[in-house]
Design a binder for this molecule. Structure first.
Ligand code: PLP
Length: 397
């Protein structure tokens, strides 16, 4: 009996949590937070300037400069800086034509802001599975799934189980690792659905040489305090469509019609613009982005090496078609095993090394328990295998 037990693969690949602690320590030292911002550039000078000049709110030169710097980096025609990434996602979905009663395909393995933004737009999130190679939507599984559950009604893809139009797909580039976009774009074209990118985690990440977020019709970024670049709180909508971008900017500022003194609004708009105070911080941060990316890549290389010799666990590396920003580094158990994952989480956090599991899958949260979904076997396996490890850029220096 015990011989039989020992020959089972889960036993053979058992992970020793103390070796995980050792490996992380060998790279980052004795204590480490999961991700900390760094203000070593012009942050203080620019923020002070907004106070000295009185331009702290939504109009101001740092907002324009921040948007220009982002447009250049991402390679898109228009950028609209927003109050946070969730607002950017909401605005992007509305601009993409997502309307009440629609469905939006999105991964179950994501941060809750992704389906929440879908819900704000009046649409219903429809959860699909992820790929082990990218940790994001698996376009091949999605194609087969849509062949099964989709039908064309008056030229529109409709979910034959719910009768609702499937308007858009909202992939998320998990931890900065780009989704395989070419086959996903093919699915979108075949079915006439819009591609909106949740690039909240992927500033500085490229898919086949193109910056994430700017590849779909419209995309959203986040500059929250835990992201690679921070404005305190902030986000951006990005698109290569001039007209769509102009419209998004208009709607983001209460849809106010420009006039010297009249208050006239031609649509139900939002108060979603980024204050100049935050944009000042963002300009200083963007000036340092290339340095952050170099450091984070070096940190990932050190982790990859440190975990090479540890049985039962491996360091997650970017997919072959991508250049990732390695926003959050992750290790994956060979076998899905929540008890082992939790043993690793316990040992590392006890040792002063901040690690985290991946987000509780969206279909397991009470408000999304009844949302339509495909089988999520790969996402569920990833959830039981993945641990995020300390990822601040300075550890790569
Ligand atoms: C951070 C994040 C967001 C939202 O960003 P906020 O700026 O915190 O509103 C959205 N989606 C994902 C995947 C994120 O990681």
């Amino acid at each position: 009996m015990s011989d039989l037990m020992e020959s089972r693969p889960t036993t053979a690949s058992a992970v020793d949590p103390s070796r995980v602690v050792q490996a992380i320590r060998s790279v980052v030292g004795d204590r480490a937070a999961l991700h900390e911002p760094e203000f070593a550039g012009n942050e203080w000078r620019y923020v002070r300037d907004t106070i000295d000049t009185g331009w702290v709110s939504s109009a101001g030169s740092y907002v324009d400069r921040f948007e220009e710097m982002l447009a250049e980096r991402i390679g898109v025609a228009r950028v609209i800086a927003t109050a946070n990434g969730t607002a950017a996602l909401h605005l992007a979905l509305v601009m993409a034509g997502v309307s009440p009663g629609d469905e939006v395909l999105t991964p179950a393995l994501t941060f809750v802001a992704t389906p929440n933004a879908v819900t704000y737009s009046g649409a219903v999130p429809h959860f699909v599975d992820s790929s082990e190679e990218t940790l994001g939507i698996d376009p091949y599984r999605l194609a087969r799934y849509l062949d099964r559950i989709g039908e064309r009604v008056d030229g529109q893809l409709v979910n034959r189980n719910t009768g609702r139009p499937i308007r858009a797909v909202l992939p998320m580039h998990t931890f900065g690792h780009p989704v395989d976009l070419d086959p996903l774009i093919e699915v979108c074209e075949r079915h006439g659905i819009v591609l909106v990118e949740d690039a909240a985690e992927s500033i500085g990440s490229y898919y086949k040489g193109r910056h994430t977020g700017g590849i779909g019709r419209i995309g959203a970024l986040s500059f929250n305090g835990n992201k690679t670049v921070t404005t305190g709180g902030g986000g951006a909508v990005v698109t290569d469509d001039e007209e769509l971008g102009a419209r998004a900017k208009h709607v983001s500022t209460q849809a106010k019609v420009p006039h010297r003194w009249e208050y006239v609004h031609d649509a139900i708009g939002f108060n979603y613009r980024l204050p100049n105070l935050n944009a000042a911080l963002g300009c200083a941060q963007l000036e340092q982005l290339d340095g952050f990316l170099t450091d984070k890549r070096r940190l990932a290389e050190r982790y990859a090496e440190a975990f090479m010799a540890i049985p039962g666990i491996r360091f997650f590396v970017e997919p072959p078609f991508a250049r990732s920003n390695y926003w959050l580094n992750a290790i994956l158990l060979d076998e899905p095993d929540l008890a082992q994952r939790d043993a690793v989480l316990g040992a590392t956090n006890d040792a002063g090394l901040q690690t985290r599991p991946v987000w509780r899958l969206m279909h397991r949260l009470p408000m999304y328990a009844d949302a339509p979904r495909d089988s999520l076997v790969v996402s569920e396996a990833i959830e039981a295998r993945l641990v995020s490890i300390p990822s601040s850029a300075r550890f790569g220096r």
